[in-house]
Design a protein around this ligand. Structure first.
Ligand code: NDP
Length: 391
């Protein structure tokens, strides 16, 4: 038996922690009798946690995006036999190392260049970092095709759809339905939303996630980004993609076929389920998750989204329809606006409004390369920052 090699980009985050938890349970590392050999673990500035993980999982290399924290990492890993590096170039170099599986778990467009580097080495990439695919769109899907890479969706909805599509022809699909919990403010009125605080926004009712995606769930921007992600992952076209609110987060998405059959994937609200399906794909593995008890859950309910109170899904659909650079611009503006909201600079309801303002004033030509996408992202961020500072 040979070990399976894996790199985890964003190892110190919520997706990274869930992935490493599963690896630990699968008997851990190759040199200790397990099946995995960890090649690279990366983080941004959290040197302490990265060092702790590197001492446990013994990757070939541990990398921090923030180079100023590198001395701290080096000191914490001295004598551990793990190489250390820092900076944007080092992230890309680590992601380029050939592995069987890369988990792309960096948050935001910051993960785009490393994810593209992983795609370019032609292996399998478990994609959690939706902002990378939303921003790069066809630039990324073309790189996947060109390099013979495989993208496996980690996002629970896309992982559900991927499972429901298995063995079927996309031409037979009549509708893909992405479910959304509706977030913590699903029942809030417009006035309440205007005064929502960061602490309230990051408190998701069903999922335990990083701060940025939690705010995106509260604004419904997460579901809009997921609509664009689904558009790029599954070749059914925008008119066969829709969103439905399902507050219990048990049905993770559905695929309806032209014969009237609808296949759904159900599971607990625990990211270790979709991550396990990616780690074991095309097989299955055990997880520690409590099996669903549908009798105890009792009711699964569904309702239409309200785009008056939560305009982000409309903005994302419009960006997908516009194509070209629109999604990259909207994503960049959203990242800046979410950070400004978390910093207490802007109101919750201004997050989507800033996205709309930036996208209506800045319409660059469609990107043809990674460099083009990164340039669009930089310019859109600069414009969004001016707006948030003026607020
Ligand atoms: P977290 O905020 O928990 O973790 C983000 C990770 O990315 C950390 O390891 C962080 O390092 C690293 N990182 C942040 N900024 C940079 C940067 N500029 N350069 C390099 N590394 C960076 O995020 P999540 O795990 O919640 O989310 C990760 C991705 O997965 C997002 O795209 C999200 O949308 C997606 N996703 C997450 C889900 C979840 O349940 N959490 C569900 C579905 C999708 P450091 O710790 O050092 O800051």
């Amino acid at each position: 038996m040979t070990p399976r090699t894996i790199s985890i980009l964003g190892a110190t985050g919520s997706i990274g922690a869930s992935t490493l938890d599963l690896i630990r349970r699968e008997g851990g590392m190759w040199r200790e009798g397990g099946m995995w050999r960890v090649v690279a673990l990366t983080a941004n500035g959290n040197a302490e946690e990265l060092a702790r993980l590197a001492r446990e999982f013994r990757p070939d290399i541990a990398v921090l995006g923030d180079e100023t924290r590198l001395p701290e990492l080096r000191e914490a890993l001295s004598g551990a036999g793990v190489a250390c590096a820092g900076g944007a170039g080092a992230l890309i170099e680590a992601a380029s190392r050939p592995v069987d599986l890369t988990i792309a778990g960096i948050v935001g467009c910051a993960g785009l260049a490393p994810t593209m580097a992983a795609i370019e080495q032609g292996g399998t990439v478990g994609l959690a970092n939706k902002e990378a695919l939303v921003s790069a769109g066809e630039v990324m899907t073309a790189a996947v095709a060109r390099n013979g890479a495989t993208l496996l969706p980690v996002d629970s909805e896309h992982n559900a759809i991927f499972q429901c599509l298995a063995g079927n022809d996309p031409a037979d699909v009549s509708m893909i339905t992405l479910t959304a919990s509706g977030g913590p403010f699903r029942e809030w009125g417009a006035q309440q939303l205007a005064s929502a605080t960061p602490a309230q926004a990051v408190k998701h009712p069903n999922w335990d996630m990083g701060a940025k995606i939690s705010v995106d769930s509260a604004t419904m921007m997460n579901k809009g980004l997921e609509l664009i992600e689904a558009y790029h992952l599954f070749a059914v076209g925008l008119d066969r993609l829709r969103i439905i609110i399902h507050p219990q987060s048990i049905v993770h998405s559905m695929v309806e076929y032209r014969d009237g059959s609808t296949l759904a994937q159900l599971g607990p609200s625990d990211m270790r389920v979709p991550i396990a399906s990616v780690l074991a794909w095309p097989q299955r593995m055990d997880t520690p998750c409590t099996p669903l008890d549908l009798a105890a859950i009792g009711q699964l309910t569904f309702e239409a989204p309200d785009e008056q109170r939560f305009p982000a899904t409309r903005l994302c659909r419009q960006a997908a329809e516009a194509g070209g650079a629109a999604a990259a611009v909207l994503n960049a503006a959203n990242e800046v606006a979410v950070a400004a909201f978390l910093d207490g600079q802007i109101a919750f309801t201004r997050i989507a409004a800033h996205g709309e303002d930036v996208i209506s004033a800045f319409a660059p030509p469609a990107p043809a390369s990674l460099d083009d996408v990164l340039a669009i992202d930089r310019e859109a961020r600069a414009r969004a920052r001016l707006l948030t500072q003026a607020a």
